[in-house]
Design a protein around this ligand. Structure first.
Ligand SMILES: *[C@@H]1O[C@H](CO)[C@@H](O)[C@H](O)[C@H]1NC(C)=O
Ligand SMILES: *[C@@H]1O[C@H](CO)[C@@H](O)[C@H](O)[C@H]1NC(C)=O
Ligand SMILES: *[C@@H]1O[C@H](CO)[C@@H](O)[C@H](O)[C@H]1NC(C)=O
Ligand SMILES: *[C@@H]1O[C@H](CO)[C@@H](O)[C@H](O)[C@H]1NC(C)=O
Ligand SMILES: *[C@@H]1O[C@H](CO)[C@@H](O)[C@H](O)[C@H]1NC(C)=O
Ligand SMILES: *[C@@H]1O[C@H](CO)[C@@H](O)[C@H](O)[C@H]1NC(C)=O
Ligand SMILES: *[C@@H]1O[C@H](CO)[C@@H](O)[C@H](O)[C@H]1NC(C)=O
Ligand SMILES: *[C@@H]1O[C@H](CO)[C@@H](O)[C@H](O)[C@H]1NC(C)=O
Ligand SMILES: *[C@@H]1O[C@H](CO)[C@@H](O)[C@H](O)[C@H]1NC(C)=O
Ligand SMILES: *[C@@H]1O[C@H](CO)[C@@H](O)[C@H](O)[C@H]1NC(C)=O
Ligand SMILES: *[C@@H]1O[C@H](CO)[C@@H](O)[C@H](O)[C@H]1NC(C)=O
Ligand SMILES: *[C@@H]1O[C@H](CO)[C@@H](O)[C@H](O)[C@H]1NC(C)=O
Length: 785
């Protein structure tokens, strides 16, 4: 009776199992040996109860398979299938271990329909054990050394990567571990899609359909895959790519073993990471790949770049154009892009930096983990077939070297989360600043390697400035007119078109420009590049939104917006920029034409000195016969310069002093004349200063914003700067100190150009052929605007 009841009970359970799968409770064994048989309806359970192994039917199918699933998850989630290609058609299957170490699945006729295989290892007493990791292992009962396992399911995954599995290649055994999708939810047979970690070139994960690449993650960069910015450090799992001569693999590990997380290749072609949520008793999708159309492998062809927010999504990298414009226009991007200027390695190509991208396919790349970026560049430069280089590993500030030896494909724009790459360009596209032209160049590689100047095409500039349209003219700088320009990528530039009369050669000009480009300070306008073509020599600067100090001070509405703290900030900024030019830069530059219109303001009202450096370049020993060079502006020029052509840093200091007094007073030196004494601004300021009425100089617009001590100090420093005698004027480092310091200042002596008008005649006659002495120079005076 009792036995009968049991039999009835079991067969009922079998039916239930068939219908609902696996509600049957097994007696919790994690191991079977050669004398034990696992029948349909019985299961093995890993020691800690995480995983369960048994027979199941997937989805709506009635076929029976042996598989492993999460014991805990109430939604049946199979992570591995043994006989995925050959199902059992009924519940008469048997799983057993046989000598010398094989796990076999047989039907009731004892025909083996699925089996593990032996390796070089055999076991005297073989067993099959289900580990807590979900790994099903065949081994000798007494040998727990994983290296001696005869077989393990982790080497033969189906569609799921579990923590601890190694997705990739073992070069010793020549075994690849990869995931492959089920055919459908009802059929675990090998489907269309597979997911690999490919070691060739430099490792990246690859999704294939019927063996054809659909998607690549981009190379591993030490932190993540270059093209998968959303796979990042998280509280659930850690992940890594291991690369050594024996193996290359991707793996992930749980940070807390009580969490269930898996990575699955779905039949639909989506690779999906999901995590089990106990509270809701469901899986939550954590990440899916590919994420968007831009992930389609090679969508935009060689040197094309995909940006999902664009329409169409494909574009050419900057300085590349579609190879086949007609195809491109029809959204056939497969032919990709070509360089505007073809490479000619014999002329010495250069490299241009591209930022914020998913690095191109590294299938044919070369890498070295210990090289610096500088060595990397050197190596790439030397080999004409090297198309690009980048840091291999971006963790710890970046190191290692990755080189590309074929056309670049599979680039995607990621902006902030993307990486930097340096792509080979015809040297005529770029001037690379590698050495400073003035001798003592430091072998300080890191300083130089990122400094790059663009060589703009005349057509680009012409287009950007609308044929140098008068509407785009920003003003007239010391050496020619300045135009606002808008590049195709939306970037605003300021173009200075140098007057054509300079007899400098192209190379000398380039050299000079490179030197100027090396001057980098936050209070100097940044030079972006230049354009040298035919007669044209042009400099391209960053565009300053808020125009020049001059324009702001001469516009009452804008002047009002410039309160004292802003003005003091500007004064200090100019002082620091000038100090850099005079003392801190390697070149020691004398500006020679410092004035309000050469002080540009960025969107945060930070002052930036412009027109620096070229003063040194031009006019050096050109004779005074030329009249087209404006190398000084009345009102800002020191007397010794204007009258005798004597020039030194102290003449810049004089100009600075004038600017300070203009800032405080809100009036321009030139054109100012007090009614009583016919004094110019300097004389007026000095007179008030002597009578201790300096505050009367202050711009009425400043109102309550002033800080009296700062204002008085600024006037005092300004007056010290404009003293008649150059030796009396402080140098710029003293000026910077004086402005910031509360210390006692020396008494200011009489300024140069004390009076107002009577000097003009003297000045305009200055057009002499100066004698040769280091500081002497021939100048031509034209009026500043
Ligand atoms: C298999 O395991 C059972 C239960 O632990 C044991 O009784 C039996 O002796 C084992 N057989 C072999 C061949 O080790
Ligand atoms: C189970 O299937 C096998 C092979 O298809 C068949 O030979 C056997 O008779 C079936 N057993 C039952 C109980 O249906
Ligand atoms: C199948 O194998 C089992 C155990 O090895 C044995 O008891 C049974 O008789 C065999 N059945 C057939 C049909 O050979
Ligand atoms: C297995 O044995 C073969 C032949 O004895 C040998 O060539 C091979 O290297 C061995 N493989 C491993 C993984 O030890
Ligand atoms: C792991 O997660 C469980 C459940 O969320 C939590 O109770 C436990 O403290 C966690 N352990 C660690 C080491 O964080
Ligand atoms: C490359 O430049 C060299 C030297 O300027 C020139 O002789 C050669 O014709 C150029 N080659 C190509 C393909 O333009
Ligand atoms: C990698 O670069 C380092 C430093 O330049 C060098 O010593 C090493 O030999 C290189 N390794 C390979 C494999 O080229
Ligand atoms: C350039 O690199 C390629 C690929 O590594 C190599 O085959 C070729 O020999 C190299 N050429 C030179 C000149 O080093
Ligand atoms: C620029 O000038 C050229 C030639 O003078 C002319 O063909 C072109 O249409 C002009 N472009 C613009 C935008 O004015
Ligand atoms: C400076 O530029 C910013 C941003 O373009 C603008 O908001 C601000 O009003 C400007 N200031 C002046 C004084 O023009
Ligand atoms: C400038 O001076 C240098 C050396 O003093 C001289 O070689 C050069 O010819 C001069 N250039 C001009 C344009 O006079
Ligand atoms: C300027 O040059 C001319 C001709 O070279 C010469 O006659 C004259 O004396 C020079 N003047 C001065 C002030 O050196």
């Amino acid at each position: 009776m009792n036995t009968k009841f049991n039999k009835y009970h079991i067969s009922l359970l079998l039916i239930i199992t068939t219908l609902f799968s696996f509600t049957r409770v097994s007696n919790a064994m994690d191991t079977i040996n050669t004398t034990q048989i696992l029948r349909d309806g019985e299961t093995m359970i890993s020691n800690d109860g995480t995983f369960e192994l048994g027979f199941f039917s997937p989805g709506n199918s009635n076929n029976r398979y042996v598989g492993i699933w999460y014991k805990k998850s109430t939604v049946r989630t199979v992570v591995w299938v043994a006989n995925r290609e050959i199902p059992l058609t009924n519940t008469s299957g048997l799983l057993k271990v046989i000598e010398p170490g094989l796990l076999v699945l047989q039907n009731e006729a004892n025909v083996t329909i699925w089996s593990t295989h032996t390796s070089n290892f055999t076991a005297r007493t073989p067993v099959a054990q289900l580990h807590d990791s979900g790994n099903l292992v065949v081994k000798d009962t007494n040998d727990d050394n994983s290296e001696n396992f005869i077989w393990e399911s982790f080497n033969y995954p189906t569609d799921t990567l579990l923590p601890g599995m190694k997705l990739g290649w073992n070069f010793i055994t020549n075994l690849e571990v990869y995931m492959s999708s089920w055919k459908s939810n009802d059929d675990p047979a090998t489907g269309d899609y597979s997911y690999h970690c490919e070691p060739s070139g430099y490792p990246q994960d690859v999704l294939k359909k019927d063996g054809v690449v659909q998607y690549k993650t981009g190379p591993w960069n030490g932190l993540r895959f270059s093209g998968v910015p959303n796979l990042r450090k998280n509280p659930i799992f850690s992940f890594d790519v291991v690369i050594n001569k024996n193996e290359v693999y991707y793996h992930f590990e749980l940070l807390n073993n009580s969490i269930i997380s898996r990575f699955t290749m779905l039949p639909s072609g989506i690779a999906q990471r999901s995590t089990w949520i106990d509270r809701t008793q469901g899986w939550v999708v954590y990440i899916t790949s590919p994420t968007d159309n831009c992930d389609i492998y090679r969508l935009c062809g060689v040197y094309g770049s995909c940006h999902i927010a664009n329409s169409p999504v494909c574009g050419c990298l900057n300085r590349f154009i579609p190879k086949n414009q007609q195809g491109w226009d029809r959204a056939d991007w497969s032919e990709g892009c070509v360089r505007k200027k073809p490479l000619n390695c014999s002329n010495g190509d250069a490299f241009l930096k591209y930022s914020g991208i998913k690095l191109p396919d590294t299938q044919h790349s070369w890498f070295n983990e210990s090289m610096t970026l500088g060595q990397c560049k050197e190596m790439c430069t030397r080999n004409c077939s090297c198309m690009a280089y980048a840091n291999l590993d971006i963790s710890r500030g970046g190191n290692g070297c990755l080189l590309w030896f074929d056309d670049l494909v599979d680039i995607k724009e990621l902006s902030a989360e993307g990486q930097d790459i340096y792509i080979r360009m015809a040297s005529s596209e770029i001037i690379l600043v590698m050495l400073c032209c003035y001798g003592n160049n430091h072998p300080d590689e890191r300083h130089n390697e990122h400094l790059e100047l663009l060589l703009f095409d005349l057509r680009t500039i012409t287009k950007a400035t609308e044929n140098f349209s008068i509407n785009n003219k920003l003003g007239e700088g010391g050496f020619g007119p300045v135009y606002k320009g808008l590049l195709e990528d939306g970037k605003e530039i300021a173009v200075k078109r140098l007057s054509r009369t300079s007899h400098q050669g192209v190379n000398e000009f380039k050299t000079e420009v490179i030197c100027i480009a090396k001057l980098q300070h936050r209070n100097l306008v940044k030079l972006l590049g230049c354009c040298i073509q035919g007669e044209e020599n042009m400099l391209v600067y960053e565009y300053m939104k808020n125009n020049s100090l001059d324009l702001i001070l001469s516009d009452p509405m804008k002047s009002k917006l410039l309160d004292w703290p802003k003005r003091f900030h500007i004064i200090n900024g100019i002082a620091r920029g000038l100090m850099y030019l005079h003392q801190d830069s390697r070149l020691r530059i004398i500006h020679r034409d410092l004035k309000g219109s050469n002080i540009l303001l960025d969107s945060d009202m930070n002052p930036k000195i412009s027109d620096f450096g070229l003063a040194r370049t031009f006019g050096g020993n050109e004779t005074g016969a030329k009249t087209s060079h404006v190398v000084g502006t009345y009102g800002y020029m020191s007397p010794e310069y204007a009258v005798d052509g004597l020039f030194s840093v102290k003449s810049d200091v004089f100009s600075f002093g004038v600017i300070v007094l203009e800032m405080v007073s809100g009036k321009r030196n030139r054109g100012f004349s007090d009614r009583e004494h016919h004094l110019n601004l300097l004389g007026h300021a000095w007179m008030l200063y002597r009578e201790e009425r300096s505050l009367e100089l202050v711009d009425s617009y400043l109102g309550n914003s002033i800080c009296t001590s700062e204002v008085l100090r600024s006037i005092h420093v300004g007056l010290l700067c404009v003293q008649q005698c150059p030796e009396d004027r402080p140098n710029m480092s003293s000026v910077v100190l004086m402005l910031s310091n509360e210390g006692v200042l020396p008494q200011a002596k009489q300024p140069g150009f004390f009076t107002g008008r009577n000097i003009i005649n003297v000045e305009t006659s200055v057009s002499s052929n100066a004698t040769s002495s280091t500081n002497e120079i021939s100048i031509t005076l034209l009026e500043g605007r």
